[in-house]
Design a protein. Structure first.
Lengths: 33, 411
């Protein structure tokens, strides 16, 4: 199964907090504004 | 000139047989190629019209495309719903956990005997507090346990499935803008949810529908009071309806419906999270947002393993998926669970009418495609439902940050 998120966020204020291939759990931050 | 022509000696030679054959062969080769190309293009157009896709890829993909994957998935689901003998449950689930890396210490039910079959174990819940939410209120949370396959920004309307494999956002989400929530074509009342204060606060600043922003006063009556028709009342002020429709029509030719308005300082981001068979298979809301509509694409059920994602371009646009469209404080937000062979069906807690991986929905999709063909129109490839809510301001189903939305079930 896969989940694809597509969302609008500020061009300048967005920052990813994960790396490609990283294991994540529910509630963990993917990124922040 | 006449003298020159008269004095020129003309000598006739026979063309070597090889040259003749080569010439005729090349002509024939060119004609066959041109014919095949025309047929291919015609077939692609016809497939697109019928909502079908042709697959390209290595022989494994070609073989896979011939298999009745949905039927296999249903069979697999039925098999997994068979009750396991009581004394085999614990060793069976422990073996499954060992193979697929399930952390049994966080499973809600300590006694594994309580799970009658693999399907119920697969859709297990976790102990309260085992998945704390990130304390930063501005963070977008992971919707599920899994692995981040890809993330980034949407460039020229394309999502990168894995490195080097891209597909169109319109193919994933659908090619036309959803009907604005103020003019529902087919409303479904979800289970009542408490309004989220964060969402309401954001809505008081502005509301966005399909990338078209309009100020909240447009939702109010002329005297500054909220127009509050009953939830069942479909009579929306005609001025607002026509305003949104006209805005949508004006926006459509210049940019895709999901594109942010040019005037905003926002852009589109995406993230792809892959759930392995041993992962917790319920999914949650990553932010506080409002789901306005749901689109069900009754596609195929290929595996979505990282290998196939690398091998089969546009895999997510082929598979059965449920596209949830809505908005959050920064604008557009979409959430798309994509099904797979070994999983089978997608469940939404707030939409009891949704049926995925079902013969009925497949038949309905075929019927809709046939009707569109009869009308001479292209089949959009999905069925759509709009969500209504008790609050007309929200215009959809409000979800809290971290709230369980549904899950992937076996079969």
């Amino acid at each position: 199964s896969t989940i694809v998120l597509v969302f609008e966020a500020p061009k300048d204020g967005w920052k990813w907090e994960v790396k490609r291939g990283e294991r994540v759990k529910v509630g963990q931050a993917l990124g922040e504004v | 000139l006449r003298t020159a022509l008269n004095r020129t000696r003309i000598q006739w030679y026979t063309i070597p047989v090889g040259v003749g054959i080569a010439f005729l062969g090349s002509v024939q080769f060119y004609r066959v190629n041109a014919r095949e190309k025309a047929l291919r293009e015609e077939g692609e157009v016809e497939d697109a019209r019928r909502g079908r896709h042709r697959l390209s890829g290595p022989w494994q993909v070609q073989i896979m495309s011939t298999l009745p994957l949905k039927a296999l998935s249903r069979l697999w689901g039925r098999f997994n719903e068979l009750t396991i003998p009581y004394y085999l449950r614990v060793p069976g689930f422990k073996l499954y956990s060992y193979i697929f890396g399930v952390n049994l210490s966080e499973v809600a039910e300590a006694d594994l005997h309580t799970y009658p079959n693999l399907a119920s174990f697969f859709y297990r819940t976790l102990k309260p507090g085992s998945r704390p939410l990130d304390p930063n209120p501005n963070a977008v949370l992971s919707p599920a346990d899994g692995r981040v396959i890809q993330f980034g920004t949407i460039e020229a309307g394309e999502i990168e499935q894995v490195k080097g494999v891209t597909y169109s956002l319109s193919a994933l989400l659908g090619s036309r803008a959803p009907t604005p929530p103020s003019t529902p074509t087919h409303s479904r009342s979800p289970s009542p949810e408490p309004a989220n204060p964060d969402v309401v606060a954001a809505d008081e600043e502005f509301a966005r529908v399909n990338g078209i922003s309009y100020s909240l006063p447009n939702l109010l009556t002329g005297d500054g009071k909220k127009a509050s028709p009953p939830a069942s009342d479909q009579s929306i002020p005609s001025s607002l309806t026509s305003e949104v429709e006209v805005s949508a029509d004006l926006a459509r030719p210049t940019s895709p419906w999901w594109a942010p308005a040019a005037s905003t300082k926002t852009t589109l981001y995406y993230a792809v999270v892959y759930l392995a068979p041993g992962d917790y298979h319920r999914f949650h809301s990553p932010v506080a947002w409002v789901v306005q509509s749901r689109r069900h694409f009754a596609g195929e059920l290929f595996s979505v393993s990282p290998w196939l994602q690398r091998t089969l371009p546009g895999l997510f646009t082929l598979n059965e998926r449920v596209v949830l469209l809505g908005r959050w404080r920064w604008g557009f937000f979409s959430y798309t669970p994509v099904g797979a062979t070994n999983v089978g069906s997608i469940v939404l807690n707030f939409d009891r009418e949704l049926r995925t991986n079902s013969l009925l929905t497949d038949t309905a999709a075929d019927k809709a495609a046939a009707e569109a063909r009869e009308r001479g129109e292209a089949y959009a490839g999905f069925s759509e439902a709009q969500y209504a809510s008790a609050s007309e301001v929200l215009g959809g189903n409000a979800l809290r940050r971290g709230e369980e939305m549904g899950g992937f079930r076996l079969g």
